[in-house]
Design a binder for this molecule. Structure first.
Ligand code: AMP
Ligand code: MG
Length: 488
């Protein structure tokens, strides 16, 4: 059954014109009794969708996969990926792409249901998702967006009225994800592995057209594609590092070509500063620890370069040389973006050679004194150091003096400096214990008010308002290792 489209769905399905190997036609599996638990109204508006109609029975049945919106040609996408270093065939095992919404501004966004039933890529899985993790993905993706970090977004969560079997029975749910595309490094790996050179070329051309149309006329569009993806990932990872975000599962199926963050399963924000921080329960060796993220992004990008080799040069050796040359640029780009971000966090407008040393000294002190990452920068922004342990030390005083002298050497005023800091140091991040509190209220008591308040606060992290204060404290027992899980 197709709805009557009072909602504003305006689908194109360009992905379905790609070589057949890249997807399987797949309708979502209907669910028993869907109920909308959260809708992102501002995102709906920007997509050209009418919130009131989305809340109607018809609107909700689309989010549940019980009804297809007009113009939808649902598919599951094929991809592969290195998971914790091991190559595997994957694909959307529990997701369906309804189509690409063309917004009133002419932008194109994938509308994907996650948790919508089995697909040909489900392997042993049930194709379903649990309410808690879907709400978690909603909260984190929206928080990332508000922090100014490229990210896919969340439009809605519905409960299905059906239980999902995990360690225990859990309430089933479906998340509607919105993304500039779901093309991953792993998608390129899949085509390079399974397809002919023509398939790879077709797919690379499609990707360029969709994400980087300006590159079509470049001397070598495929090399330019490789480099822009490397550059955008360098930017993205610098943004993660600058707010203390730990993705947790930087497998190549979770690295996008658009440069957006995707897949917020076992991720978390760091409390006290420690580069070795790991949150994911399945990452026992710390492969994706905070301090390893730049290195791991580069590892993933090397897999992307490998998958493009055939298009880079007819001679294998020369292709490898070209790819390696591009990969080495990651480090410099990342470093440049990180320095720029740290200068902004400390209110510095101009560049001096010793800036990096100043930043490293501060981080070293924060590490030594287990200082809370977000709150230390917040304290520096306000000049209020009460309760920030690192700031009580003589070492910090010396560092502070050095920093003040550095600020005095630039022409901008103190007020300008503080404003720059306010714009670059969030007052709030989605702290694990606050997220858990919201999920618990929702899951156990059907009370969504805690989550609504959390989302409201997280939607303007640079406001530095009174209401945010309650959300700024680290967990009561910050030594307690926090574990997040994926595959749920
Ligand atoms: P993720 O850890 O979410 O990146 O997922 C890795 C792979 O496992 C993807 O191909 C998912 O589609 C698949 N997957 C995760 N959970 C399920 C599930 N419950 N049923 C089927 N496939 C799943
Ligand atoms: Mg994934």
């Amino acid at each position: 059954m197709v709805d009557e489209n009072n909602v504003g769905w305006n689908f194109d399905n360009s992905y379905t014109h790609l070589p057949e190997m890249l997807f399987s036609e797949q309708e979502p599996t209907p669910v028993k009794s869907p109920s909308l638990v959260i809708l992102n109204e501002s995102l709906a508006n920007s997509l050209g969708l009418d919130s009131e109609s989305l809340r109607s029975d018809e609107g909700v049945s689309v989010f549940a996969g019980n009804q297809l919106p007009e113009g939808s040609k649902p598919i599951a996408q094929a991809y592969a990926g290195h998971q914790f270093g091991h190559f595997t065939m994957l694909g959307d095992g529990r997701a369906v792409l309804l189509g690409e919404q063309i917004t009133p501004h002419g932008d194109r966004f994938d509308i994907q249901l996650k948790g919508s039933g089995r697909t040909p890529y489900s392997r042993g899985g049930d194709g379903r998702a649990v309410l808690g993790p879907m709400l978690r993905e909603y909260i984190i993706s929206e928080a990332m967006h508000a922090l100014g970090i490229p990210s896919n977004r969340s439009l809605a969560v519905v409960t299905t009225g059906e239980p999902v079997i995990r360690e225990t029975e859990k309430p089933g749910a479906i998340l509607t994800r919105v993304s500039s595309s779901h093309i991953r490094v792993g998608t390129f790996q899949y085509v390079a592995n399974q397809g002919a050179k023509d398939d790879l070329r077709t797919f690379a051309d499609y990707t360029i057209e969709r994400h980087y149309p300006g590159l079509k006329d470049a001397d070598d569009p495929y090399l330019s594609l490789l480099e822009v993806v490397i550059k955008n990932q360098a930017f993205l990872i610098s943004k993660w590092q600058l707010v203390g975000f730990i993705h947790g599962v930087m497998n190549t199926d979770n690295i996008t070509i658009s440069g957006e963050s995707i897949d917020f399963g076992p991720c978390a924000f760091m409390n006290s500063y420690d580069p070795a921080t790991v949150f994911s329960s399945i990452d026992r060796e710390g492969r994706y620890a905070y301090g390893n993220q730049p290195k791991m992004a580069m590892w993933g990008l090397a897999r992307f370069a490998e998958s493009l080799l055939q298009l880079l040069h007819d001679d294998d050796d020369q292709a490898v040389e070209i790819a390696q040359n591009s990969l080495t640029k990651f480090k410099d780009w990342y470093h440049e973006y990180w320095l720029r971000g740290m200068r902004a966090k400390l209110g510095i407008f101009n560049e001096e050679d010793d800036d990096e040393k100043l930043f490293e000294e501060l981080l070293k002190l924060m590490y030594k004194h287990e200082a809370d990452f977000t709150n230390t920068f917040r304290a520096l922004t306000y000049g209020q150091f009460e309760g920030i342990n690192v700031c009580d030390t003589r070492e910090f005083e010396q560092w502070h003096e050095k920093w003040q002298t550095r600020l005095d050497r630039q022409e901008q005023s103190d007020a300008e400096s503080k404003e720059l800091m306010r714009q670059n140091n969030p007052a709030v991040i989605p702290r694990n214990h606050k997220v858990e509190e919201a999920l618990e209220a929702a899951e156990e008591n059907g009370d969504y008010s805690v989550m609504d308040r959390l989302l409201a606060v997280l939607s303007s992290p640079y406001d530095h308002s009174i209401e945010q204060t309650e959300y700024t404290s680290p967990p009561p027992d910050s030594d307690r290792p926090y574990r997040t899980y994926c595959g749920t």
